[in-house]
Design a protein around this ligand. Structure first.
Ligand SMILES: C[S@@+](CC[C@H](N)C(=O)[O-])C[C@H]1O[C@@H](n2cnc3c(N)ncnc32)[C@H](O)[C@@H]1O
Length: 321
């Protein structure tokens, strides 16, 4: 089925042209460096634009030669590669395109990929141009698509970084066609300890720093933070003590036995990702399940899915017919 485009602000129909999206033959949203631009870069996700263009290939399997994105994608979605052929998939908050790459290289799906930040340029660098890829710089709340058209909607690692988690879930459910599926993962609330963490102590300051200064601060300190974190993990006290070191969760989220330079790069990226976002709102799986049901999803499943040495909080459901 052909996807129908709309102007999210006026609801008028749009047509897709090589240089942009047209409304009544007038160019409304230009295409620049591979992406249709519904918004400009000046919004709360600027940090992500900086981050993903600086670390464009770090988490993208075909560049890193790791399988972290592929493993996570299939563990969480459980989608059948063959079944996706010819299907229309909407990916929201695609960042540098680690999962866009999996969809393009491991399935024959048509991919519509959205990010609010200039990360769309990193995604295009990694995955474009490609006949099955359509990239949009747009907000989850104002996407240029008519409702209920997509066979599958995917949103990984994004919802906690939006200002209104519930409205973001609603915006995603709106895009799923009857009988289609929505899969999300997000930072889960894991009891009272969730916010007792260096991240939540320092974020009020770090998110206000310039991106360059924050990046330089992390670069200068990353080596001692990695060695201290690994030391605590070896003593068995990692889960208790590492939350007070201002570094990403190495033990719980990164592959073991990486060459040091690759581990270091992943740590700098994940630590920047921890301290720079404007919003960081973890959520309970049960609450997200309830919102799925409230906004028209059925067969809703929520739980923890393990992959590699990580565990993700995942909710999925099918749009009511
Ligand atoms: C932590 S990154 C995850 C990127 C990618 N899914 C991944 O796992 O590598 C979160 C992404 O969500 C995007 N984002 C945040 N708020 C958004 C919004 N309102 N609409 C669309 N994308 C948004 C950011 O620009 C950023 O690229």
């Amino acid at each position: 089925m052909e996807i129908q485009f709309i102007n999210p602000f006026t609801k008028n129909l749009l047509s897709l042209a090589t240089d942009g999206l047209l409304e009544n033959c007038a160019l409304i949203f230009p295409k620049k460096n591979g992406a249709y631009r519904i918004v400009n870069d000046d919004n709360y996700t600027e940090n992500f634009g900086y981050q993903w263009n600086k670390f464009a290939g770090t988490q993208v399997d075909k560049a890193s030669k790791l399988q972290i994105s592929k493993t996570r994608f299939f563990a969480e979605t459980n989608w059948d590669k063959e079944d996706l052929a010819g299907k229309n998939i909407l990916e929201v908050g695609s960042g540098a395109g680690r999962f866009t790459q999996i969809l393009l290289d491991h399935t024959n799906a048509n991919v519509y990929s959205v990010d609010y930040s200039n990360a769309v340029e990193a995604n295009f660098q990694n995955n474009g141009p490609h006949e099955r890829l359509n990239l949009f710089q747009a907000s989850i709340y104002e996407m240029p698509f008519a409702k209920a058209q997509f066979d599958k909607v995917l949103c990984l690692g994004v919802l906690q970084h939006t200002p209104d988690f519930e409205q973001s879930v609603k915006a995603l459910t709106d895009m799923v066609k009857p009988g289609g599926e929505l899969v999300v993962d997000f930072y889960g609330i894991n009891g009272a300890w969730t916010k007792v963490h260096a991240k939540y102590m320092y974020r009020p300051f770090t998110k206000r720093m310039s991106h360059e200064n924050l990046y330089q601060l992390i670069e200068k300190n990353i080596d001692w933070m990695i060695s201290t974190s690994i030391f605590f993990s070896k003593t068995g006290l990692g889960p208790l003590l590492n939350r007070f070191i201002p570094v990403c969760d190495i033990e719980g989220t990164l592959p073991t036995n990486l060459p040091y330079d690759q581990l270091r790069e992943l740590c700098v990226l994940d630590t920047f990702d921890m301290f720079s976002p404007e919003y960081d709102n973890p959520q309970k799986i049960s609450t997200v399940k309830r919102w799925f049901e409230k906004y028209g999803m059925t067969n809703v499943w929520g739980g923890k899915i393990p992959y590699d040495n990580c565990v993700a909080s995942v909710v999925k459901g099918i749009k009511k017919q």
